[in-house]
Design a protein around this ligand. Sequence first.
Ligand code: PBG
Length: 332
Amino acid sequence: MSGFPVRRMRRLRSNERLRALVRETALEVSHLVMPLFVRPGRKLRRAIDAMPGNFQLSVDELAKDVASLDALGVPAVLLFGIPETKDEAGTGAYDDAGIIQQALRAIRKTAPEMLVITDVCLCEYTDHGHCGVVVERRGKKVVDNDRTLELLAKQAVSHVRAGADMVAPSDMMDGRVAAVRRALDDADFADVPILSYAAKYASSFYGPFREAAESAPKFGDRRSYQMDPANADEALREIALDIDEGADIVMVKPALAYLDVIRRVKERFSVPVAAYSVSGEFAAVKAAAERGWLDERKVVMEILTGIRRAGADVIITYWAADVARWMKESPT
Ligand code: PBG
C-alpha cells in the first residue's frame, strides 16, 4: 500500500505552483489564430450583430487592427473577404486587385511579421452564396465540383502572390487540396503550406458567420458538401484523403461539439491538428455573459483549454485577441 494517494493528489491541486508544475495542458497565445473580416471602403468598422467585438473592417482599419494584434502577441490571423460585387462565378475571389489581395498588401506594410492565413472558398464571392460554381443538372441546381477546383486553385495562388503565408481551403470540394497544392507548386510556391478544413460539418453553429461574411446560401443548404454531425469515422476518412493530397495542417470544425473527433484525429495522424471554434460557439457564450449568466473569461479559458486537451495544436477563435489581452493583464 502506498498510503493515501488521494490526499497527495489533493495537495498537488491546492498549491498554485504545484498545480502548475503538473498541469497537462497549456493554453498559450502562440497557438491561437484570430479570424478577421475585410470589406471595401475606407475608415469602416461595421459591427457584426451576433458577434460582439467583431467587425467588418475596411482595408485601412484592418491593417491597423492587425498591427495591434501583432503587438498583443497574437501570432496569426485568418482573413475572410466581402467583395465589392458578387457574381455567379465568384470572380472577386481570384482577382489580383480583390479585397483579400488588397488586405494582404496593406498588412505586409503594417505588420510584416504577422502570419496571415487566407480562407480559400467561393461562398463570400458568389451571388448565390454557395461554395462553388452552381450548374443545373436534371432540373436541379448543384455545385459543379471540378469546375470549382480550378477557381479555388486560382484564388489560392492569387492570395499567395499578394503575400499570404498559408492558405486554408474551406469549401469541401473533392480534390481541392491536391488542386491547390499543384497550382501553388506550379507557381513556384512549393514552400507555402496548406491548412485544410478537412472535417467540416454541416453545422448550425455557423449562423453568425454567415451574417458576418454575407455568405448565407440563397437556396438549398451545404449538406451535399459538408459532413453529417453524426459521423466521426467519416471525418477520419476525409482527413486521410486531405493528408494524402498534401494538407500540412488539418482542421476540425466546429470545435466544441466535436471534441471526440479532434481527439481521434490527433491520435490517428501525425500532422498538426487545428480546431475552429466557430461563430455560434462564440455568440452563445457572449450572449450568456452579457446577461451575467456566465463569467466570460473563465468560461472561455475553460473551453479553449478543453479544445487543446482534446488534441488541437492550433485553435482558431474569435477570442484570440481577448485571451492575449487577459493574459497580459493578469496571467492567471
Ligand atoms: C466557408 C466558411 C464558413 C465558416 C468558415 N469558412 C461558413 C460556412 O461553411 O457556411 C464558418 C466559421 C464560423 O462560423 O465562425 N467559407
